[in-house]
Design a protein around this ligand. Structure first.
Ligand code: DC
Length: 234
């Protein structure tokens, strides 16, 4: 084994890689993925927003969240689009920008329930794969490394202790002016974790090759720098 030449890391970073970041709610993956994509000048693909867009549609149309056929029908006639906007993504459903409506607890729980439906996952799979087809992407979700991009160049799995994740979510919602009691956030997060980890299709788990990072005691900058280190050495 020999050391890298000066500048070789930069060359590695210039390749158009597919980087996946999976992990539970509150693990810091959204913030970190966005920053990482910006640092690498890659596309940031937030796949949770796709499931949230479906949840938004389901709630708007008054369809039951476990009625797979009805949701399938709804999706077949809907036009869901993701548009790059600054460092993030904007989500459009039938021409309406619904980005600002998706980050609520209610939509998150509904998205988690809907995401256990095989037909719906199958419909969203090609959209996600197409976005990463030519590389240069940081794809964030629950099954990026295991199902959507199993051949990804670098796979990360971010985690953090449950209390830390609940606290982060509480702070995030409080900053946004959503005064949801701590106990409710804790209950919702535990429910969502359970649903996402225990569903039969594409459950939340690290790919065997994934670099697992426990972010509990790390700052965002430390996590991003650690990831950039792994990427340049991969
Ligand atoms: O990352 P998020 O909180 O926006 O995701 C909302 C829900 O969507 C999550 O609880 C489970 C589901 N989801 C999924 O099943 N697979 C993904 N790749 C992304 C999200």
């Amino acid at each position: 084994m020999y050391g890298k030449l000066v500048g070789e890391e930069d060359e590695a970073l210039k390749k158009e890689l597919v980087i996946t970041i999976d992990g539970p709610a509150g693990s810091g993956k959204s913030t970190v993925s966005r920053i990482l994509a910006k640092r690498l000048s890659y596309l940031y693909l937030d796949t949770g927003s796709l499931y949230r867009a479906v949840a938004y549609l389901v709630s708007k149309e008054g369809v039951l969240e476990n009625d797979e056929q009805a949701i399938y029908g709804l999706l077949k006639s809907a036009d869901i689009r993701l548009r790059k906007s600054g460092d993030g993504l904007q989500v459009y459903v039938d021409g309406e920008d619904i980005t600002g409506l998706l980050r609520t607890e209610e939509i998150g729980i509904m998205a988690s329930k809907i995401s256990a439906l095989p037909l719906i996952r199958a419909m969203l799979l090609p959209i996600q794969r197409k976005a990463g087809a030519s590389g240069g992407i940081v794809a964030e979700g629950r099954d990026m490394g295991t199902v959507v991009f199993p051949g990804a160049d670098v796979k990360f799995f971010l985690d953090a202790g449950e209390n830390e994740r609940i606290q982060r979510r509480f702070m995030e919602l409080s900053t946004r002016g959503e005064g949801i009691p701590y106990g409710n956030i804790a209950r919702d997060m535990r429910l969502r974790d359970l649903q996402d980890r225990e569903r039969t299709i594409a459950p939340l788990r690290p790919h065997e090759e994934a670099v697992i990072i426990d972010t509990s005691c790390m700052t965002i900058t430390e996590v991003v720098e650690a990831m950039l280190g792994f990427i340049s050495n991969s």
